[in-house]
Design a protein around this ligand. Sequence first.
Ligand code: ADP
Ligand code: MG
Length: 324
Amino acid sequence: MALTEFELIRRYFASPNAGATRDDVVLGVGDDGAILRPPAGMDLVAVADTLIEGVHFPVGSAPGSIGHRALAVNLSDIAAMGAKPAWALLSLSLPQVEEIWLAAFTDGFARLARSHAVALVGGDTTGGALVANVQVLGFLPAGEGLRRSGGQPGDWVFVSGTPGDAAAGLALEMGAEGPGGLDEAWLRDRFLYPTPRVGLGQLLRSLASACIDVSDGLFGDLGKLVAASGCGAEIDVTQLPLSPALIRVLGAEQALQRALSGGDDYELCFTIPDSRLREAQTLLAGQATPTRCIGRLRSGSDVILQRAGTVMEFSHPGFDHFAR
Ligand code: ADP
Ligand code: MG
């Protein structure tokens, strides 16, 4: 017999199957709404992101990856604000109810949710094209949220992780010819299972002057940070942290292009005032997530790329859904 909607929600989306259990969830999945108890003295941070089959992930992607990414992209936004995630809502549109698919989707979502102590507190389930919309709510001490807009000329520009891997991984997922083996598998995983930099974001709250998460390509997203901050930036492309796997698979030049313009990295790009640089370097060195200084904010309004003393021409705008 077909699963009723009630049974489907109970089985796949009710606590504890789909995330962490938390004391601040007064009422979770099952009623008309969730009742949540935010802590005193904290600001609430709210983010939302949608993944559409064929737009944000290839048709036929592994359901565990879709569940993971649907939450990860939101946790990345939470990280960029310097917040600690707490609660999530999941609105899912499904072409059909396939239990094997649903179990794997929920597993991908729930593993990541539990690892960040995030409770799934509600959502919606409908029939239609495959679309996952997730909202995450988190907290930070009142008034301490990070923004894109706080950067000043002279601040140092940093990026986490190794940008470009996910874009190469997506190309492989879409059928690009690869070398096989461990490098290819690792790059595919960097697209399929991104690591949101949640701990780093919270550390940056007390250090960074501005922060953005890199989802649409480093060059374009740094462009958004400098636009919001009302300044420009100069980046030394020889300092970009490229992964050994990316260089082996694409060669150094293509790897650099991917690192600048590829999407889906979910790394953090942030700025540190010169007066805090030493302290920041010490604290960042103690983090599990690697970070690298790649340049400096300056007056002006553009992102200028320097390579061994010459300006590198580059105009990739980053991904824009409406620029077709
Ligand atoms: P209503 O008919 O009142 O809109 P629903 O049947 O849509 O109620 O949802 C019942 C309960 O299940 C609600 O608490 C809702 O938040 C939750 N829910 C529905 N779909 C999901 C989902 N995909 N993930 C998490 N919670 C869900
Ligand atoms: Mg509803």
